[in-house]
Design a protein around this ligand. Structure first.
Ligand SMILES: [Zn+2]
Length: 192
């Protein structure tokens, strides 16, 4: 009985596939700033830069900051880098603060995840998300750091799939260079 009732309710609200199956991630953008013009360099072309690159000091992601430095980026919008499904959104503890993970299905049906760490606020916690949608804001992991976005990109083989992981490690198998990945996919099939 209970199952039948809840099924009816779902059917009235929206067709189930619309809610649970994310659109293919055929294009990726940077999760901060003017998504299409952001570059890693601290220059005048855009307002953001990558302060600690993937692989540097055993880093498993990239640390995105405003060029203006300090805490000038606290509260700035963090956006989904591609179409996907939010599969993790919670306070991940000391050193992490609020974390969101989005799972993306690529055109070849393989999956990757993007991780957004140290968020001031989590603004979306579940469900389908579209490229460029605001999911949270840049924070400082409860005062641990100056505000920045810790951003990771993971393959399905990652041993920390769907959880926050260590942030730093010698063994980077299962992680990809986020900017390299995005730069190859900035112009995809989706209309602009
Ligand atoms: Zn970091």
């Amino acid at each position: 009985m209970g199952i039948a009732c809840s099924h009816e309710q779902r059917s009235e609200a929206a067709p189930t596939p619309e809610r649970s199956v994310p659109d293919i991630a055929d294009r990726f953008i940077y999760p901060i700033g003017d998504a299409d013009s952001t570059t890693q360099a601290r220059d005048r072309k855009d307002a953001w830069y990558n302060a600690q690159d993937f692989g540097k000091n055993r880093h498993l992601g990239e640390d995105w900051n405003r060029n203006s430095g300090g805490n000038s980026d606290c509260g700035e919008a963090v956006r989904a880098a591609a179409n996907g499904l939010i599969t993790f959104a919670r306070d991940a503890g000391p050193g992490w603060g609020n974390v969101i993970i989005v799972t993306h299905r690529l055109p070849d049906r393989s999956e990757v995840q993007t991780l957004y760490g140290h968020l001031e606020k989590i603004e979306r916690t579940t469900g389908k998300i579209s490229i460029g949608e605001r999911i949270g804001s840049v924070g400082n992991a409860d005062g641990t750091y100056l505000c920045h976005l810790h951003f990771e990109l993971r393959e399905r083989s990652n041993r920390y799939w769907d959880t926050q992981g260590p942030g730093y490690a010698d063994d980077r198998r299962g992680w990809l260079d986020p900017s390299d990945f995005i730069d190859k996919r900035l112009k995809g099939a989706s209309p602009r």
